[in-house]
Design a protein around this ligand. Structure first.
Ligand code: TNX
Length: 517
């Protein structure tokens, strides 16, 4: 009996059950522990409810997201009900999200149990419930992700999953400066990255565009935001729109880390305000793809007034712990000036109450140990970064020849650049953020990031083509225990994501290295 015949008969058959059981071993990122059980699967039916703990608006919102998603494809009512506080009795039939302390799983960890009577996801905090729900989405048939009613049956394989992240920081920087992407696109990307338990995002300014309205400096957005690579119209977020993005990210347990790059990568700001230039002359706006030609004026007091205004406002708009201040490729700033500049900017960040994040170029000025360094190099050694790690700075690993989503897969890839090399799926997966960089191991590693620079990207489909399937590889490096690292296992589990991406309309690169289901 095939899937269609089973579904038509109304009862799940052997094929559906076997497919469900298989899905338990096809998760990305691989959980810490997966134990299948021999019992029948749980079947979502018209009687299924989603239960949430009383008194947590955040947990309730996670339940509403799940119910909303599954109502579209199942056509079932899937009401969201609060479970009375203190009640321990089994309830059902349903999917229960339960807030409960679980030793050693942290705020992002969760435990998922599926049995014929229902599914329970337990976590210490709403973030863990959210991540557990992402796992549940992969346990259901791909058709569950459809926005139209599908036949089912909706089987969740019986089993036990215990899970928590290897690293706290799992980023997916999106460059909205080289080409501007509006709120709807960024929200769509948040949907896609959060399915893989990515939790940090966003690059907001560069030579080609300034993308956030700043009170007191209106020309940054209105003029500096008014173009992009290739000369298109560009755009920017009002502070209201930025708040909307922050809230949307937060509802997906993603933290926005706004990046305002400096002293280089600043032509859009320099073009907007003549006084920011040492010679007092504003350069024209820039729509090419060179790097390293612009610099804020290190000696002028107005430079720091400008930075304080920008960073103060961004700090108030962003609830996360970090402000990213760039610091990369300052080829037009003399070394002594670079040190002076960072020596003035880092205390401004500290005054906002946030910790600074910066590209690892900043390691050479001995930033305070609270500064998180983002490593974008392509070799396994960098003396200043290793020295900073030895002093106590933490490092996010984004080696360009492994983690840069903007690099081409191979010479035939039409989008992207190739200065760091070609990155096929296995290159993106087969490295260890915990030992890649000499002297930066163990607790020095805060996590990973998969930057997506947008020099060549114009549409959401362009973004998806470079991010999928490499983003899930970096997500797994950031989440899964090192002991589970195995290319063959990953390739098979990744291949099983294909049908779901097709249902979701994700324009992915069908890497020839992956056995697509
Ligand atoms: C280098 S690596 C950059 C970006 C470019 C990218 C293109 C780094 C911190 N800066 O400005 O967009 O290469 O791949």
């Amino acid at each position: 009996t095939g899937v269609t015949a089973d579904a038509a008969a109304g009862a799940p058959g052997q094929t559906d059950r076997a497919a469900a059981a298989a899905r338990l071993n096809l998760l990305v990122p691989q959980p810490v522990l997966v134990r299948p059980s021999a019992t029948a699967p749980y079947r979502i039916t018209p009687a299924t409810a989603v239960w949430v703990p009383a008194g947590s608006a955040e947990a309730r919102a996670v339940g509403e997201q799940l119910a909303g998603l599954l109502r579209r494809s199942t056509g079932y009512p899937l009401p969201v009900w609060e479970k009375p506080a203190g009640s321990v009795a089994a309830i059902g039939p349903g999917i229960e999200l339960r807030l409960a302390g679980l030793a050693g799983l942290g705020d992002e960890g969760y435990q998922l149990d599926a049995a014929p009577g229902g599914v329970v996801i337990r976590a210490a905090a709403p973030a863990g419930l959210f991540h557990g729900v992402q796992t549940l989405r992969q346990l259901l048939p791909p058709a569950a992700e459809s926005d139209r009613r599908q036949p089912g049956p909706w089987l969740v394989p019986a089993g036990h999953v215990v899970d928590h992240p290897r690293y706290a920081y799992r980023g997916a920087m999106l460059d909205v400066a080289r080409h501007f992407f509006g709120v709807a696109d960024v929200e769509h990307y948040i949907d896609e990255i959060s399915l893989y338990k990515i939790n940090y995002l966003l690059h907001l300014s560069d030579d080609q565009g300034w993308r956030i309205a700043i009170d007191g400096w209106p020309r940054l957005a209105s003029y500096g935001g008014g173009t992009e690579v290739g000369g298109g119209p560009g755009g920017y977020y009002t502070q209201g729109q930025f708040r909307q993005l922050v809230a949307y990210a937060r509802a997906h347990f993603v933290t926005i880390v706004p990046e305002i790059d400096g002293p280089g990568h600043t032509n859009a700001a320099l073009a907007s305000y003549a006084e920011l230039n040492c010679d007092g002359v504003a350069p024209p706006r820039y729509t090419g793809i060179d790097v390293g030609f612009s610099s804020l004026c290190v000696s002028k007091p107005v430079t720091y007034t400008f930075l304080r205004d920008v960073l103060d406002q961004l700090a108030r708009l962003s609830p996360g712990p970090y402000l990213h201040i760039g610091g990369d490729e300052a080829h037009s700033t003399r070394a002594a000036d670079y040190a002076t500049f960072e020596g003035r900017e880092l205390p401004i960040v500290a005054d906002t109450g946030k910790a600074a994040m910066a590209w690892h170029d900043i390691a050479k000025v001995n930033p305070p140990t609270s500064t998180v360094l983002e490593f974008w190099g392509t070799t396994g050694s960098d003396q200043p970064t290793a020295a900073a790690a030895a002093r106590g700075n933490r490092v996010v690993m984004a080696p360009a020849n492994r983690a840069y989503l903007d690099q081409k897969y191979d010479p035939s890839t039409r989008l992207g650049l190739n200065w760091a090399g070609y990155i096929e799926e296995r290159d993106a997966y087969d490295w260890d953020p915990g030992s890649y960089l000499g002297g930066v191991t163990g607790p020095s590693v805060l996590g990973v990031e998969a930057p997506l620079w947008s020099e060549t990207l114009v549409t959401m489909a362009n973004i998806e083509y470079l991010a999928f399937p490499r983003l899930p590889a970096i997500a797994e490096l950031g989440w899964s225990p090192r002991a589970t690292h195995d290319w063959n296992s990953f390739a098979e589990r990744l291949g099983a994501q294909g049908p779901m991406w097709t249902v979701m309309g994700i324009n992915f690169h069908a890497s020839p290295q992956v056995p697509w289901a």
